[in-house]
Design a protein around this ligand. Structure first.
Ligand SMILES: Nc1ncnc2c1ncn2[C@@H]1O[C@H](COP(=O)(O)OP(=O)(O)OP(=O)(O)O)[C@@H](O)[C@H]1O
Ligand SMILES: [Mg+2]
Length: 290
């Protein structure tokens, strides 16, 4: 493991603008927090200033991941890269209109206070619809939707014909993003770069894998997202949470044994970071630093 030292490498330039990354999908357990954690640590590794907003105030998975990381670093005397963390709770007790107004004020105040101080704000959304989550989607410069490799998950994006696997109509989550894009355009003429990444793809189920691929390929034109390969199903993604570590923390420096699965996972994380096309992310510099 890299003993937490961040590398000073060339290529860091975000033109002073804070870029908002939102990780969202109303489907629970699709890999939002796991992906978010790996993206955050990848950015920190490149010396970007990163702050997390955890909107899942009930589970706080991402904030807990960071807590574990701090505790592990303290216990083992390691200097690990660490993002700043905010948890934003939904307001409770009042009429819907009042609650939404207060959520809106709290959300804007938090974002306004962070803008300009960081290169990236990463917002991890809960696995269900909430007003705060909608506000986050509207504010996204990059929206990342991890999707488990199953038609149960695809169903939140589109209804698919059971015989032909053709896309029949859009469903809940795609409609919500569509609405968020409209509201964003009205707000500041901004656009949302929407990326759908597959998660937990299995080497075993080639038929299902290909069908999901075909549907997402059809859908990406219709709904205007970029569909990227994402992560495979790997035990290692589940094991690192208690230590707060990510695959990004493992280095080829001989301190930790890297299995084939570690190496493959690191490669898919690097590929995802390249696929995101974030401002200032210099593919060539990252490859050279490996
Ligand atoms: N690529 C993967 N391979 C294996 N396990 C994974 C992978 N991605 C995520 N997991 C596991 O799947 C579970 C759900 O992941 P995670 O908590 O990241 O999802 P989530 O979308 O944030 O969930 P929620 O909607 O509850 O917030 C966790 O146990 C996680 O360790
Ligand atoms: Mg989560």
């Amino acid at each position: 493991m890299g003993q937490g030292t961040t590398q000073n490498v060339a290529g860091k330039s975000n033109a002073g603008k804070t870029h908002i990354i939102v990780v969202g999908n109303e489907k629970g357990g699709s890999g939002k927090s796991t992906s978010a954690m790996h993206i955050v640590i990848s950015l920190l590794e490149r010396n970007y200033r990163v702050v997390i907003i955890d909107l899942d105030a009930r589970q706080k998975s991402l904030a807990r991941y960071i807590e574990n990381r701090q505790a592990y670093a303290d216990q083992h005397n390691l200097k690990l890269t660490m993002p700043d963390v905010h948890i934003l709770e939904r307001v409770e007790g009042g009429t819907t209109v009042e609650l939404e107004q207060q959520d809106e004020v709290n959300f804007s105040n938090l974002i306004d206070g962070l803008m300009g101080k960081y290169d990236y704000i990463l917002i991890d959304c809960p696995g269900s619809d909430s007003y705060l989550s909608r506000l986050a989607h509207i504010s996204a410069d990059t929206l990342i939707t991890p999707l488990n490799d199953s038609f149960v998950d695809v169903d939140l994006l589109a209804v698919v014909n059971p015989d032909t696997y053709k896309v029949e109509k859009l469903s809940l989550y795609s409609e919500m993003v569509w609405e968020a894009r409209k509201r964003r355009a009205m707000k500041d003429r901004g656009t949302i770069d929407w990326i759908v990444m597959r998660n937990r793809t299995s080497a075993l189920d080639a038929k299902n894998k290909r069908r999901v691929h075909d549907v997402l390929t059809q859908l990406q034109k219709r709904v205007a997202f970029r569909y990227v390969p994402g992560f495979g199903e790997r035990v290692i993604y589940r094991e690192l949470f208690p230590k707060g570590l990510t695959l990004v923390d493992f280095k080829n420096n001989g301190n930790e044994k890297m299995t084939m699965s570690h190496v493959a996972a690191r490669q898919e994380i690097r590929r995802l970071m390249d696929d995101l096309q974030l401002p200032g992310w210099d593919k060539a510099a990252v490859a050279a630093a490996e």
